[in-house]
Design a protein around this ligand. Structure first.
Ligand code: SF4
Length: 304
């Protein structure tokens, strides 16, 4: 078994769950999108920092965060990671992001995007355009499927329109197809690809049954049956066919859940497919300052 890591560099030791950036920041507790599989909800409910019933209510964690002056960090900061940027708290998110960007930070903005919010961010942050990378989560091109798993998040068309708006406004853009919510992710890739300047990340749902149970769906037979049916779609054969189709596309990135499957078949992952781009004026997708996904890096080290 051999997976290349020649040339891999990390500037700082990465910590658990820092897959796309070395630091994550959050402003809000709870999330109105109420995704059934939400890892943040499962984690924070387990830690007794929130409750299943209260998760839908978004609350600013601390008003001080809206006045906080940040210092410039020399690494990419991901915002948010345990909530989303929804219309309800758009102004507060703009304020927080504005302070972060004004300090010179480079920010990866991750969202199941509302067009209203994306328009506001794109219009407000023109002076910081070079320091922003948008990453929009789109796990299916079927809005009915999105509605089932992510009941209060925007539908497919709104997410695609958001991607187009950011792209046409001259921002750097990327897409996360993690978690994939059906076996037709080609439809997302094909429609999103023309509007992606950076990368599209592919991954299967992590710990789906466990997180659904923690999030209160243990006795919801429809949801649990759908979860079992969904996971059955992601056979090794399906993952291998997906990999075969996109392995030479430099914009397609494989999350650790996919890499684990490929390793079983002694498939070598090129270094370029383990990188995410740090925002820089003159860097290519596999630029030399790229960050490594922490989980992927660990899995590589284990297998050397
Ligand atoms: S958008 Fe993210 S934080 Fe919000 S409920 Fe969905 S998975 Fe959780």
């Amino acid at each position: 078994m051999r997976i290349k890591n020649k040339g891999i560099k990390t500037k700082k030791k990465s910590t658990k769950n820092r897959q796309w950036a070395e630091k994550t920041m959050n402003l809000i507790s709870g999330c109105a999108h109420c995704c059934k599989y939400c890892y943040a909800k499962a984690m924070l409910v387990q830690l007794k920092n929130n409750t299943i019933d209260n998760w839908k209510n978004e609350v600013i964690r601390n008003p001080y965060l809206l006045k906080k002056k940040f210092r410039k960090r020399d690494y990419l900061i991901m915002f948010p990671s345990t909530h989303d940027i929804t219309p309800e708290h758009l102004q507060e998110n703009l304020t927080f992001l504005g302070h972060l960007l004004a300090a010179g930070n480079k920010v990866l903005i991750v969202s199941k995007p509302h067009l209203e919010c994306v328009k506001s961010m794109c219009d407000a942050f023109i002076p910081f355009k070079e320091n922003i990378l948008f990453r929009f989560t789109i796990g299916s091109a079927d809005s009915n499927i999105l509605k089932f798993w992510e009941p209060n998040a925007p539908d497919f068309n709104e997410r695609l329109e958001s991607l187009k708006y950011a792209f046409n406004s001259g921002y750097q853009t990327s897409v996360s197809c993690e978690p994939m919510l059906d076996d037709k992710i080609d439809q997302v890739i094909q429609q999103a690809l023309p509007y992606v300047t950076e990368t599209i990340w592919i991954g299967i749902p992590n710990l789906l049954i466990e997180r659904l149970s923690k999030n209160g769906f243990e006795d919801d037979h429809i949801t649990m049956d759908q979860a079992c049916a969904l996971m059955k779609l992601f056979s090794d054969e399906y993952i291998l066919s997906l990999y075969a189709k996109y392995q030479n596309n430099p914009k397609i990135m494989w999350k650790s859940s996919i890499i684990e499957v490929l390793k079983k078949y002694k498939i070598e992952i090129e270094n370029d497919n383990l990188r995410t781009q740090v925002l820089s004026d003159n860097e290519s997708v596999a630029g030399k300052d790229s960050f490594i996904l922490a989980d992927d890096f660990k899995s590589i080290k284990r297998n050397l």
